[in-house]
Design a binder for this molecule. Sequence first.
Ligand SMILES: NC(=O)c1ccc[n+]([C@@H]2O[C@H](COP(=O)([O-])OP(=O)(O)OC[C@H]3O[C@@H](n4cnc5c(N)ncnc54)[C@H](O)[C@@H]3O)[C@@H](O)[C@H]2O)c1
Length: 469
Amino acid sequence: MYTSKGYSRRDFLKQVAASSAFAAGTATGFLSAAVIAIPRQEPGKPIAPSDKIRLATIGMGIIGFIDTWTALQAPGTEFVAAADLYDGRRARTNEAFGREVFTTRDYREILSRADVDAVIVSTPDHWHAKIAIEAMNAGKHVYCEKPMVQKLDDGHRVIEAQRKTKKVLQVGSQFVSSIVYDKAKELYKAGAIGELNMVEASWKRNSAIGAWQYSIPPDASPATIDWDRFLGDAPKRPFDPIRFFRWRNYWDYGTGIPGDLFVHLFAGIHHVLGSNGPTQIMSAGGLRYWKDGRDAPDVILGLYDYAKTESHPAFTLSLSTNFIDSSGSESGIQFIGSEGVMTIVEDSVKLMRRGIYHPSEKEVVEGYNSVGTFAKALQEKFAEQYRASMASNPVKPRLEGSSEYKAPEGYDDRLDHFRNFFEAIRTGKAITEDAAFGLRAAAPALLTNNSYLEKRVYGWEPEGMKIVS
Ligand SMILES: NC(=O)c1ccc[n+]([C@@H]2O[C@H](COP(=O)([O-])OP(=O)(O)OC[C@H]3O[C@@H](n4cnc5c(N)ncnc54)[C@H](O)[C@@H]3O)[C@@H](O)[C@H]2O)c1
């Protein structure tokens, strides 16, 4: 029904006027949302056996298992090898995917295998850039989990390796391949919310696991875990299973809430708006409740200014996460414009059209208003002038109405993200979330942490991807 190409704002307005929800909602009433199904992507042509992609996963933890399962749902894929530093996870890999899957503690043994075409890098953040670069240099395509880098300086090195090796690198923020975000992008481009002026997003959590208190297996020990390799370039420390299994809590290995969660929001928002990122970054927060030895804050808010570009006007973004928020599990992104609000929540885009309210003559002249404070003679003169201006240029009633676009039950954006990755490998088709996109999502997240730690505002140049004063 919708195509983003050649679909104008006027077409959009015509279409909403014709839809009963919007038409009946004109001017006064606000209707319950019409729910419109978003069509799923077509699965595509069958894959020839010669086009099979042989995969390996480096980092078989929570998302390593999920990514591997998901990737194998796409036709023409085979799982041949995995690396992980904890023996229990390598054992589980063979239980789940078969004895024939080669496993090792040393990811370099994966990169040197001729039967691996592509690797999933799903280690903790401090290993992403190093393994991704080595993998591309070894001739492998890379699906690198977010955030693409833990350290800003590594960003350009990953971009350079991708450019030099011409390998496909896709960063694992699956919103970028989601039909829900594509629908939001299409609605935004068609002018559904008028002129954008602000975006607000939050990610709420209120559980121990949500606050990164992940489970520690009973056999965790220096014998079952390759602790030195885990540390990599991070500061040397004695064996600590808490740091190993709950690495997100520590700056040495993770990237705090911004690198874990805001990075998804940046990726999704940048995709919808066609944006390269903010120009100004500031944040506030603190460690309020989870005083369990962690050093990353459990409450953080970020504020970002985006300059005007060809695809969006100047606008302000606010992001927040609180790990002690019992107000409900809902997280979402709201795009606020002059004619409405578009909200992405889970698998749907909710559109509420609500233009600026222009009060009636009675409200302006007699209502709770400043006119009554003018001298009597001026009040009458004001009323006359007002009537004359309204006669020549009557205020149009504002449009009101709502609609909801929903993905099919059970829709999995991660699978579409893997399909796009595999399609890029097979056909050379460009992918959206390449290394530059990955850095443009990761950098504002990392600078949110810097801003919090240093209590300073950062300037960022999103096209050249560098800090400016
Ligand atoms: N896209 C998403 O929705 C999503 C969701 C969750 C996590 N992630 C990302 O995935 C990554 C992993 O997160 P997780 O929750 O699965 O962590 P995890 O701790 O559950 O798993 C990480 C695994 O990596 C292994 N590992 C560590 N260093 C390694 C190395 N040098 N070589 C081989 N294996 C190594 C560990 O042994 C561990 O089993 C993180 O960067 C995270 O941000 C993405």
